[in-house]
Design a protein around this ligand. Structure first.
Ligand code: CA
Length: 227
């Protein structure tokens, strides 16, 4: 599938290299070099993914992500960060990014991350189209979650976490299993990213409902209530 990619990067040479490799894969790339343009562009056009540098003139990448999420824009965001510190990564994820890549990175790694975040385009035939648990439904094709008839806005990463919990409803998953399946590489193992995302999901999925679907199994991990 041809993807429409918004590339936000102020280093022209890096932007040109990323653009070239994406176009070679057959994707359509729009490139902007500052945060304000990125925000305007992402809110005007529909993209399959935004590749977003953190250090930008004007609005920085975290602020762009935050403002997009504040407007309920759920486009997958892959953040590019020059600094390999847990604090910056968590800051990006808190701002609403779905994943991040530390510079310098291999272009093959960038492509792999983009593929993982846009998996909706490569769903194998025969996979279920829907997952259900109680009054919660997940439309895997449209990437939509609905509880009791009300649509829930989820980021790509939140959706992926909920999907894993729903596919294994009634089963306890440890933090490391969730890290492994949702983040699928060695990321932030030193931090509490799973707990942070469970917290986000609870706010969106369980808040206001008497029946809580997401269960904490103390000392073990998390489980989604089946049925
Ligand atoms: Ca930059």
């Amino acid at each position: 599938m041809v993807m429409h990619v918004l590339l936000v990067e102020d280093e022209a040479r890096l932007a040109a290299a990323v653009r070239r490799v994406l176009e070679e894969e057959g994707h359509v790339v729009d490139w902007v070099a500052d945060g304000a343009d990125a925000l305007t562009q992402a809110l005007t056009e529909e993209y399959d993914i935004v590749v977003l540098d953190v250090m930008l003139p004007g609005l920085d990448g975290c602020e762009v992500a935050r403002r997009l999420r504040a407007r309920a824009n759920t486009v997958p965001i892959l953040m590019l960060t020059a600094r390999d510190s847990v604090q910056d990564r968590v800051r990006g994820l808190d701002a609403g990014a779905d994943d991040y890549l530390v510079k310098p990175f291999a272009l093959a790694e960038l492509l792999a991350r983009i593929r993982a975040l846009t998996r909706r385009a490569q769903m194998p035939a025969g996979d279920p189209l829907w997952l259900r648990a109680g009054d919660l439904e997940l439309d895997l094709r449209a990437r939509e979650a609905v509880r009791a008839g009300r649509r829930i806005e989820l980021t790509a990463r939140e959706f992926a976490l909920l999907e894993v919990l729903m596919r294994n409803a009634g089963q306890v998953l440890t933090r490391s299993q969730l890290l492994d399946r949702v983040w699928s590489y060695d990321m932030l193992t030193e931090s509490n990213v799973v707990d942070i995302y469970i917290h986000y999901l609870r706010n969106k999925v369980d808040r206001g409902f008497e029946q809580k679907l997401i269960r904490t199994v103390r000392g073990v991990g998390y489980a989604l209530r089946a049925g």
